[in-house]
Design a binder for this molecule. Sequence first.
Ligand code: COA
Length: 320
Amino acid sequence: MCIRITGTGRSLPENFMTNDDLAEIVDTSDEWIKSRVGIERRYIVKNETTTSMAADAALKAIENAGVSPLDIDLIIVASVTNDKVTPSTACQVQDIIGAENAMAFDLNSACSGFVVALNTAMAYFKAGIYKKALLIGAETLSKIVDWSDRGTCVLFGDGAGAAIAEADESVMTGLVQGTDGIRGKALDMDGMPINNPFVKNEISGSGLFMDGQAVFKFAVKIVPKCVNKLCEDNNIDKSDIKYYVLHQANSRIIQTVAKRLGEPEEKFPVNVHKYGNTSGASVPILLDELNRDGKLVKGDKIILCGFGGGLSWGAALIEW
Ligand code: COA
């Protein structure tokens, strides 16, 4: 019981970059990128920001759900690429969309961020504290990738997705989430160094570091574990699940997960070829595509699952 998604939206930058465009910057090729990760292009901001895309996706989700911004009592933005330290992206979105009655905050759980935001809303709903949430995953990863590292810069893209989630006692819902900070260095990036009257540090220019093989192994192990646990906890069979909406990190991870679960690949919608890995934005962007393409019908059971930096993971069973 307790959470139903009633509207979705997405926002992508105008500008996109193909694999051939990337091959002009680093030593790579369309063939390598497509065969290793299934990505054909990704959107990269020129004029948009994390906040502008978050607000745009939010307004579309609000319209899709047919709710008033004034009815929203909770806004959570999942992001690792906020434009400001303060106000939070969620507070800026609150201002732009006029959601005066909401409590708004950001959450950093990297690529599992949107699902962890959904699970957070679920907990508030169960406690009877809030009833209508605006959940957003928004990223401008192009700000933080190392554009000289061909091992990472080819993987990521910018974008935002949003959903309106409402408390609903009549639907089945479940969650699984966790972190493994001990192996967190597999996806690592420094924040601002200390600079004060006592300590002087150079601001380093290096971007995101990733141990690709460690992350791959982690992902293909944790996602099936989350799915099996959700099914077990909620007493349902995998055949009851219509779609597995996984974080779109790369197509080989998704194919391996499908194989390990013994589930047909058709139940794993994929859009990573169009957007690359948009971290916390990938699950709500995919959900919005499914919703607007009419692929979700009332009563459908779907599992959302995010995984990535932290290391972290979050999965939710929801009923449409
Ligand atoms: N173009 C061409 N060659 C590349 C390249 C690129 N963009 N990136 C790396 N290579 C090269 C490497 O330099 C290496 O060359 P070498 O053998 O001469 O040293 C070779 O390809 C193999 O590199 P390796 O890192 O071992 O490749 P891999 O088989 O592990 O594949 C990933 C790399 C990133 C595709 C793979 O590890 C992966 O999918 N990891 C998960 C990443 C992910 O999804 N992260 C986000 C999770 S939230």
